[in-house]
Design a protein around this ligand. Sequence first.
Ligand code: S3P
Length: 450
Amino acid sequence: MSDSIITIKSVASQQQLVIERPNQGLTLQGNLTVPGDKSISHRALMFGAIAQGETRIQGLLLGEDPLSTAHCLRAMGAEISDLNSQEVVVEGIGLGNIQEPTAVLDAGNSGTTVRLMLGLLASHPDRFFVISGDDSLRSRPMSRVVLPLMQMGAEIWGRQNNSRAPLAVQGKTLKGIEYCSPIASAQVKSCILLAGLNAEGNTTVIEPAISRDHSERMLKAFGAKISTDAETKSVTIQGGSTLTGRDVFIPGDISSAAFWLVAAIIVPDSELVIENVGINPTRTGILEALNRMDAEISIENRQVIAGEPIANLRVRSCQLKGAEIGGQLIPRLIDEIPILAVAAIFAQGKTVIKDAEELRVKESDRIAVMASQLSKMGANVTERPDGLEIIGKGNLIGTEIEAYNDHRVAMSCAIAALMAKGKTTINGAQAASISYPDFFETLEQICQIN
Ligand code: S3P
């Protein structure tokens, strides 16, 4: 790259990112990889910790969220090697053997850590646990996991009628249940499956739409007795199965790749190849949505590694058209909606994103925050109770943006800034390190000014 368009400053313990778009000649070019999948990273650490024997993990995401999972597991007796090494080794302590921690477990900003972990804690009798997290996590709803766990016999207390962290758990012997979840949530499903793993009898979870299935795939690979039925959208686990440690290869996170897909589409004359991205069908909603909008994305070099499909994604700039995105597609692209909203600003016509009310209870209220921040930049975005309506007209203008401590908001706005006239300042840009610590370095690497 000839000249940097990115500056990062520290302001009152926050990072302020300034992106100044040149008047002409900016394109994005090159081959790149994205960090390991966040969902799979959490699961590799957790399942490795409760397995028997050693689990060797390659490609672990070193974002703050999986690090929170690792710290909680260490506090309960799991031995996890240096997280910065190429291969992370987890010495499994075996199901039933997690120890009572001497302090409050800190899940940081990570919903996946607290919700999945609750399934484990609740099913370990005679031990007491308290789990909490940062301001955002303490405001997020936990009844979705607390209530089914209570049906299994769990004892859990928390603020606001047991619905908010800090949560206190007295571990018990749980009983398997059949649970019809009112929401399509992999966190809810995985929590109940983890509780079911150490419960008496079988546990079944039925979802209204299929959510990401990394837990099912990995639990099966670790030897759990688990079966899925795509037609009834149900999964059943047998209590008491033993997990055996194994090698896990973590593919690149499609949720991180999504930023580059949209960036290359909207910045004219760009072409990027994102290598080794996980393309598990429960996660590829973003590819389907962008294709529906006429994007040019090719899937190359498909392989299956350690039970997860991966491929290279080649993307070129093109003119998008508006589309309606909703229904069963939503759980398959839930984390990509903020960046999809940025793509829609550059599409011809109207894009409607609906059935996505879950976005209101993510790391921030992503419907309200994306609508307000993109509107500040001059986009025509209207908030709906369950999503966003966007009239594509381009013409963004650089301004001051707040990331609201939400990694996906920070990164989505940074991509919008590549197409905004003049200077965009993003306050709280350090949030990106939750899921993508090198995001800004990579952005700098692929920007070319001709
Ligand atoms: C995740 C599931 C999704 C997603 C989150 C990670 C997981 O949440 O938004 O970032 O790893 O299971 P829900 O399952 O609650 O929709």
